[in-house]
Design a protein around this ligand. Structure first.
Ligand code: ATP
Ligand code: MG
Length: 407
């Protein structure tokens, strides 16, 4: 049986209206679809591109009905959407990726166990069901270790770095203070990686998988800073990374766009850090450097269309604009200097409020050679650190606590 194809004019629903939802909406609109955005934040960027906007809390049942009557298929832009809502919608419409995938991925404990069950490599971890179990977990895992809330973390939020067992008391107290019913945590061994990589995998309706080339990522303070495409890893090692990514995504057994994040150590070991069931920040370069962007693939899969041909047209380096850095490249000489650089593509997300650590936009530099793109990206990063007031001043402490976003 061929799956039903949604044709231009159909209404596609997206849960979550941040930059990922907005970039999905942009891709959908270009192909002639209308988009219904549901995000309780009225200022969420995707509302600006929506044919239909819903701003009630996700648990509002009346809005659930109206949303369901409006859309013909549903996707989501981040994993902290209530899985119950997706399950309910799935009884009425295609939801891609499926609600069962969301359930696995939105809980770090379930996700790690899932990967382990499928013999996929993950760093040693322990599950913490109550803050009192932290010292025992540190004993089992060793240190340094990262304690992460099982749910609702993003951009490194909801994480505590434990440098030595002496940190356990303070972190334990903080876990106690913020504990909600049924909350749990995961303690992960800190991997001394040489590089971080990620692979976008598009999973089609007929069991077909297509990958984008692996890319190299650099994070600062738990937030993605720079992505370089393609990876500088050897072709053989890159093929291995891609294979593992497809194995992980095929185990999830659902159509959709996924991103698999990896740690690669100096001695060649690979660990899966996590999987995102959606387009990913490290795939933003595909908007400008690939034949088909990760967002168009999301639209294609949602509409039952063939997966687009994946080809990297140019090498690329993507730099995130975080917090007040955005001011440095949107005003005065910073703006004209940036716009004068050949191959510089500026994307601003239209967020009204600048907050420390908030992703406000990104710049992708395109070039024939990766080294040239990287050089321009490093130039921008230098400008950003010189021109903007640091968004992270005073943040480097041994025990770092950041709040997860509540939905
Ligand atoms: P995002 O949603 O932006 O991917 P997140 O909040 O889900 O972030 P993680 O991916 O778990 O957080 O962690 C963010 C970054 O912190 C990683 O990309 C990596 O740089 C570092 N990190 C996380 N876990 C580990 C680990 N076990 N060992 C070493 N570094 C780690
Ligand atoms: Mg991550």
């Amino acid at each position: 049986m061929t799956a039903q194809i949604l044709e231009p004019g159909a209404v596609l629903g997206v849960l979550g209206g941040g930059q990922l939802g907005a970039l999905f909406a942009g891709a959908a609109r270009r192909l002639g679809y209308r988009v219904a955005v549901w995000d309780p934040d009225r200022d969420a960027p995707a509302h600006q591109l929506a044919a239909y906007s819903f701003t009630a809390p996700f648990l509002d049942v009346e809005t659930r009905e109206r949303f369901s009557h409006t859309v013909q298929a549903v996707t989501y832009e981040w994993e902290n959407i209530p899985a119950d809502l997706c399950e309910w919608l799935e009884l009425r419409h295609p939801v891609r990726p499926s609600a069962s995938v969301l359930r696995i991925i939105q809980d770090r404990v379930q996700q790690k166990r899932f990967l382990e069950t499928h013999n996929l490599p993950v760093a040693p971890f322990a599950v913490i069901e109550s803050p009192d179990q932290l010292p025992h977990a540190i004993q089992a895992i060793g240190n340094p270790a990262l304690c992460k809330t099982a749910r609702a973390g993003y951009d490194g939020k909801g994480q505590w770095l434990i440098q030595d067992p002496g940190d356990a008391d303070q972190v334990s107290r903080e876990l106690h203070a913020g504990t909600r019913d049924g909350q749990r945590w995961i303690l992960e061994q800190v991997v001394a990686f040489e590089r971080e990589l990620s692979v976008l995998v598009v999973s089609g309706l007929n069991g077909e998988y297509r990958t984008y080339p692996p890319v190299d990522n650099r994070h600062e303070h738990g937030i993605l800073r720079l992505t370089l495409a393609p990876t500088s890893l050897s072709a053989e090692a890159a093929a291995h990374v891609s294979n593992l990514a497809v194995q992980a995504v095929s185990a999830l057994n659902s159509p959709g766009v996924f991103c698999v994040e990896f740690f690669h150590t100096a001695d060649g070991q690979l660990f899966i850090n996590e999987i995102a069931p959606r387009p990913h920040n490290s795939g933003h370069y595909t908007l400008d450097a690939a034949t088909v962007s990760q967002f168009e693939q999301q639209v294609r899969v949602l509409c039952g269309l063939p997966i687009g041909e994946v080809k990297l047209v140019r090498a690329a380096a993507m730099v995130n604009l975080i917090g007040d850095e955005v001011g440095a490249v949107t005003a005065g000489s910073g703006y004209s200097d940036l716009m004068a650089i050949p191959g510089a593509q500026l994307h601003l997300y239209g967020k009204r409020t600048i907050k420390a650590g908030r992703k406000m936009g990104h710049v992708t530099f395109l070039a024939e050679e990766r080294s040239a793109a990287e050089e321009r990206a490093l130039w921008l990063m230098k400008q950003l650190s010189e021109r903007s007031v640091s968004a992270h001043a005073g943040e480097r402490v041994s025990v770092k606590k950041t709040e997860p976003r509540n939905v």
